[in-house]
Design a protein around this ligand. Sequence first.
Ligand code: SF4
Length: 312
Amino acid sequence: MNYFTHEKRYNTVNEFYKHKFGIKVYKISLNGNFTCPNLDGKISTKGCIFCSEKGSGDFAGNKFDPLDKQFSDILKLMQNKWKTGKYIAYFQANTNTYGPLNKLKNLFEKSLTLDPNIVGLSIATRPDCLDNAILDYLEDLSKRTYLTVELGLQSIHPKTLKFINRGHGLKAFENACRELRKRNINIVVHIINGLPNESKSEMLETAKYLNKHDIQGVKIHMLFIQKNTDLATYFMATPFKLLSLEEFVEVTTDQLELLNENIIIHRLTGDAPRDELIEPLWTLKKLVVTNEIDKLMRKRNSYQGCGEKDEK
Ligand code: SF4
């Protein structure tokens, strides 16, 4: 099944949610005050090269506030944009399955009780932070709410994973996918376009690789340089070529054409806070980016998945 519309020739998450829940659904980003094994020394103390001071959860609530305050603060902001709708509680910052099982249980169970309009839970984590006890708990949770686990992958290329100091390889990703799907848990995978020294064909290979796994959604990010990150330091010392808007639109459209038509597209482009973004500034114009992708798909008369069979 696909959720294409006249304007969007790929499965937008908005359309998917509208079909699933019958109404607009948006995410409320909460902060569970987790850390990450790639920051606390278990794997490394440096973190991924692009990781921000807030553990790549820059739009989440304040980690020192209780969940109900975080929820009401973020909801207020979101309601300036959308007056009605239902919500998915989203744990984005750092690694949200990296902690004692009791902490996870308390937090996730509490988040489901914050508001009767919460219809689901989305948990972002690393593929190497899902042990059996956590997986079994998530399976139980997924029987009671619409649960999605978001896995950071970023790239399938070992040289890139090393460069970005990801701290895990494809094996961890593949194990996580297998174990989550064994338990019927929805998976959304994050990938990044424009990582240094990656060619367009390597970015397309990452998209093709996703088709070989039973995943339900993808977030496609554009690499951006955010202040106070190792990537910013590297970029200042060794400037590298960032993708232009046109290049990002072209590679992302190619990826959409390759991706299996059942996969839901949860995001296109990156998302740095305006005052922390160094480059590329065009990533702030999210609507322009998605409009350009729509335009190119119309011009090519293409749609999500149309290139998949030829490219497999
Ligand atoms: S896995 Fe996430 S939180 Fe951990 S270092 Fe990488 S980007 Fe930061």
